[in-house]
Design a protein around this ligand. Structure first.
Ligand SMILES: [Zn+2]
Length: 199
């Protein structure tokens, strides 16, 4: 259909989430038309991101270097930990401006069908952090869907015996949805209205 390089670009773009074959073709032809430096800026951004963005060794958020900006910020409250599934959820929580503590990214949610158990998530690391004794409250801020709720319940049972206050964001978020798509007002209210979990 197309010459080799154009075809491989269409193929690569088509592998991206949410990009179908038609969009892949449109983007490839767009990049073919734009000045070389504009197209290279995109290529450079991808290379730099892959070379420089790491995972925070403490909370598993995205970072540049060993620790992320939240873990190194002395103004963030170390006694409250907000547990999320994904670094994108941190962005959603930050937008609410309701939270000044620190985070812990699980890197997913429990999903037995897909073979994701506690060992596949950063649960052990969460327990280690709580064991250090600085955390008083853990806010379970996993998605308001089946997997997120199951993960929250699992963690609540695990954490309560450790003597920390365990809270869950209030309902009111669209059920089955993703935190990252919740508007900041709704998520802010859900955070504010969090309740202690009975487990
Ligand atoms: Zn961090």
């Amino acid at each position: 259909m197309y010459a080799g390089p154009l075809r491989s670009l269409v193929d690569e773009l088509g592998r991206l989430p949410g990009i179908g074959p038609k969009s892949a073709q449109r983007i490839a032809f767009y990049l073919l038309r734009v000045p070389t430096e504009d197209a290279l800026r995109l290529a450079d951004a991808i290379v730099s991101m892959k070379e420089q963005v790491t995972t925070c060794t403490k909370c598993f958020n995205v970072a540049e270097g060993d620790l992320c900006s939240f873990c190194t910020d002395p103004r963030r409250d170390t006694s409250v930990l907000c547990v999320v599934e994904d670094p994108r959820d941190i962005v959603a929580v930050e937008k609410t401006q309701e939270f000044r503590g620190r985070y812990h990214v699980l890197q997913g949610a429990l999903n037995p069908i897909e073979g994701i158990g506690p060992e596949q998530l950063r649960v052990k690391e969460l327990l280690t952090r709580i064991g250090e004794g600085e955390v008083n409250e853990v806010i379970l801020c996993t998605n308001p869907n089946l997997e997120g709720e199951a993960t929250a319940m699992y963690l609540a049972r695990l954490l309560k015996p450790l003597g920390v206050k365990v809270t869950r964001i209030a309902s009111g978020l669209p059920v089955g949805g993703d935190l990252e798509y919740a508007d900041e007002l709704t998520l802010g209210r859900a955070l504010e209205g969090r309740r202690e979990v009975d487990a």
